[in-house]
Design a protein around this ligand. Structure first.
Ligand code: ADP
Length: 497
């Protein structure tokens, strides 16, 4: 009918993992989805618990669509894709009908994958300012999507993968268990990743001997997979225009100039000076993470800009199922302020940067909640400020029934907490300035270093840091490996034989 969504079905997607480069960890993490799609019944018999929905988030062009399609390709199942923006129409009811159709189609093709690009078009948090289409329409569409997600069973062999570059604006209802409860961040590639991606896209092109892809990878920090593909395509066009048989370094450099000029105009490239500042900032965070007195693990450290707010998981408000004590919260604030502290120690008071915006916001937010919600300030006492949603502030809240004196006292306590942790962070950076310099050097070279490499560098200076490196790179891995023990041991056996 006329309300049919622009659903696009690829019965046998040809894309496989070979076509996706530079995000090995992510590929590892989604392997079990492939196992599930290949044989949903067997997978569950062996104790695997497949997710219904997976949210891929990251900047445009990092390969979210490509990865989703490759999962379907690897599993040999149909890839049914639709864009969130196609659901949002002016006519009330159309979007919801389209969602129903989509899931009907999927049930006919199961096992299969539904891929919803730009999920934020449908899944924007309710109460946010509407863009295009009305509120009601989007809300109905979103509700229908939630109903459908809740309605199917994992034994049906359907998996829904959604993609967005704005995880921060999604309605939390979408992220609840049984919906898109697995969230995977796709980062921009680092040097190695860029090299691998360039190799993938060079496969079907004739490159002259002088082309050094490693050099190209080094020259392209901040570029995504899509940018790199574009770079080689441009170079091929230039070569063809010149009547050359092969792409030489000359065309690649020319194409690179064009692309980076375009990106520079948009403010998307990083200069060496900026790179150094980012490296020092990130090293500062990692150092605090490694010396702080809590059990939070430190991940890898990267200077590839995320260009967007931190991941969903980190942004979601502290959930009530976890309990943090005051000391944990001080440590969290310390880690958040580590970046700015390192900037100040290395570059002086006037050398601090705007890169700390999000850190300061989160640190202040935590301190504010410590004082005004969790009764963690002796001076203010165990009281909670009453806050109500302010309809004029798009979801923000305003304190009510609180005297100006008390509010001032809260502000002072928040400032005291932040300042104390900031001074502490600076002292720690001062103490470890030399090894930290060496870490920064390494970071500038490799763009991404592991926690272990960080600790190694400190060892060279005779400093033993606590063993806080995350062993498993992937979140949730522990739980999953428990659940899939039988499956995993089966795999291992095959390898041994
Ligand atoms: P997104 O969905 O994140 O916006 P896409 O998956 O549409 O990005 O990427 C666009 C194109 O860029 C892909 O079709 C592919 O050619 C190239 N590309 C992006 N990321 C990668 C990658 N990791 N490896 C290989 N090619 C990539």
């Amino acid at each position: 009918g006329s309300h049919m969504a622009k659903v696009y079905i690829e019965e046998k997607p040809k894309v496989t993992f070979k076509d996706v480069a530079g995000i090995e960890e992510v590929k590892e993490e989604v392997k079990e989805i492939i196992e599930y799609l290949k044989d949903p019944v067997k997978f569950q018999k062996l104790g695997g618990r497949p997710p219904k929905g997976v949210l891929l988030y990251g900047e445009p062009g990092v390969g979210k669509t490509l990865l989703a399609k490759a999962i379907a390709g690897e599993a040999h199942v149909p890839f049914i894709s639709v864009s969130g923006s196609d659901f949002v129409e002016m006519f009330v009811g159309v979007g919801a009908a389209r969602v129903r159709d989509l899931f009907e189609t999927a049930k006919k093709h199961a096992p299969c994958m539904i891929f919803i690009d730009e999920i934020d078009a449908v899944g924007r948090a309710r109460g946010a300012i509407p863009v295009g289409g009305g509120h009601d329409e989007r809300e109905q569409t979103l509700n229908q999507l939630l109903v459908e997600m809740d309605g199917f069973d994992t034994s049906d062999g359907i998996i829904v993968i959604a993609a967005t570059n704005r995880p921060d604006i999604l309605d939390p209802a979408l992220l609840r268990p049984g919906r898109f409860d697995r969230q995977i961040f796709i980062p921009k590639p680092d040097v190695r990743g860029r090299y691998e991606i360039l190799k993938v896209h060079a496969r079907n092109k004739k490159l002259a001997k002088d082309v050094d892809l490693e050099f190209v990878a080094r020259a392209t920090p901040g570029l995504t997979g899509a940018d790199l593909e574009n770079l080689l395509n441009e170079a091929a066009l230039l070569a063809a225009r010149k009547g050359k048989e092969e792409i030489t370094m000359e065309e690649i450099e020319e194409a690179l100039d064009r692309i980076t000029m375009g990106l520079e105009r948009k403010g998307m490239t990083i200069s060496p000076k900026e790179k150094e500042k980012i490296a020092i900032h990130e090293a500062g965070h990692a150092l605090m993470g490694l010396v702080s007195d809590d059990d939070d693990k430190v991940h890898k450290i990267s200077i590839i800009p995320r260009g967007m707010a931190l991941g969903v998981t980190q942004q979601l408000p502290i959930e009530d199922k976890h309990i943090y004590d005051k000391k944990d919260l001080y440590n969290k604030i310390l880690v958040l302020l580590g970046g700015r502290a390192a900037e100040e120690v290395f570059f002086g008071k006037d050398g601090i940067t705007t890169g700390a915006e999000n850190d300061l916001q989160r640190a202040t937010d935590l301190a504010y909640r410590m004082v005004s919600m969790w009764g963690m300030s002796d001076k203010v006492g165990p009281i909670a400020i009453r806050r109500v949603a302010n309809p004029f502030l798009g979801g923000m809240t305003t304190a009510v029934d609180t005297s100006p004196d008390l509010l001032r006292e809260i502000d002072e306590e928040v400032r005291r907490i932040i300042t104390e942790q900031y001074e502490k962070a600076k002292a720690i950076v001062e103490e470890y300035k030399e090894p930290l310099k060496a870490v920064v050097k390494k970071l500038l070279e490799k763009e991404t270093i592991t926690c272990e490499e960080f600790v190694e560098v400190f060892k060279l200076y005779g400093i033993e840091l606590k063993d806080k490196c995350k062993k498993e790179e992937l979140f949730d891995k522990d739980r999953k490996s428990e659940e899939n023990k039988e499956l995993k041991s089966g795999e291992v056996k095959e390898e041994v034989v």
